[in-house]
Design a protein around this ligand. Structure first.
Ligand code: FES
Ligand code: FES
Length: 195
């Protein structure tokens, strides 16, 4: 019969177990569960004129592909549920919520993000207008606002203040910079279409 465990030995064993359990590295290297990792598929994404060949989980969104795989973090993740507009990018010239769009579905389409707006160091008129009009506070919503605003002007939906408010209503700003965002869009509109 094995010798009885002393109280001291029992406490020492419990402490060692607690350390191993709390160690995130140890947790990560623990044997995987029976759930198999999903297979990666080849995905070609054309972002700001450049084609990137990636291997991605087929369930990954364009937003995560941009941020996690291409390290283009300009497009923001606000809600990840299609409710805030922070992730707005242009695909084929149309505004799209990148958090709700699977990367595999937009292969070889023209994807435009905030990183691709400035040309040779010169800001897009919409970027400049947001700076001139102070159209942001914390700036978290701003990339999505700017991408959406460019499409809004191109769509012809920026004729009046009411139009702008209506067609920009999918882009929320928790800092409530709305009046200045409207002013910025009007300034940029004049430059973009000579209106
Ligand atoms: Fe996509 Fe909020 S992060 S809509
Ligand atoms: Fe802060 Fe819009 S500037 S959320």
């Amino acid at each position: 019969m094995p010798p009885p465990i002393t109280r001291r030995e029992l406490l020492a064993g419990g402490a060692a177990f607690a350390v191993v359990s709390a160690d995130p590295v140890a947790a990560k290297t623990a044997p995987a569960s029976s759930e198999a990792a999903p297979a990666a598929v080849p995905v070609d994404l054309k972002v700001n004129g450049k084609t990137h060949r990636l291997r991605l989980d087929a369930r990954i969104t364009v937003l995560d592909a941009l941020r996690e795989h291409l390290h283009m973090t300009g497009s923001k993740k606000g809600c990840d549920q299609g409710q805030c507009g922070a992730c707005t990018i242009l695909i084929g010239g149309r505004r799209v919520l990148s958090c709700l769009t699977l990367a595999v579905t937009v292969q070889r389409k023209e994807i435009q993000t905030i990183e691709g707006l400035a040309v040779s160091g010169e800001l897009h008129p919409m970027q400049q207008a947001f700076i001139d009009q102070d159209g942001f506070q914390c700036g978290y919503c701003t990339p999505g606002q700017i991408m959406s605003a460019i499409a809004c002007v191109r769509e012809g939906h920026a004729q009046t203040d009411a139009d702008i408010r209506e067609y920009m209503s999918g882009n929320l700003c928790r800092c409530a910079a709305y009046p200045k965002i409207v002013a910025a869009i009007k300034q940029a509109r004049a430059k973009m279409v000579g209106a």
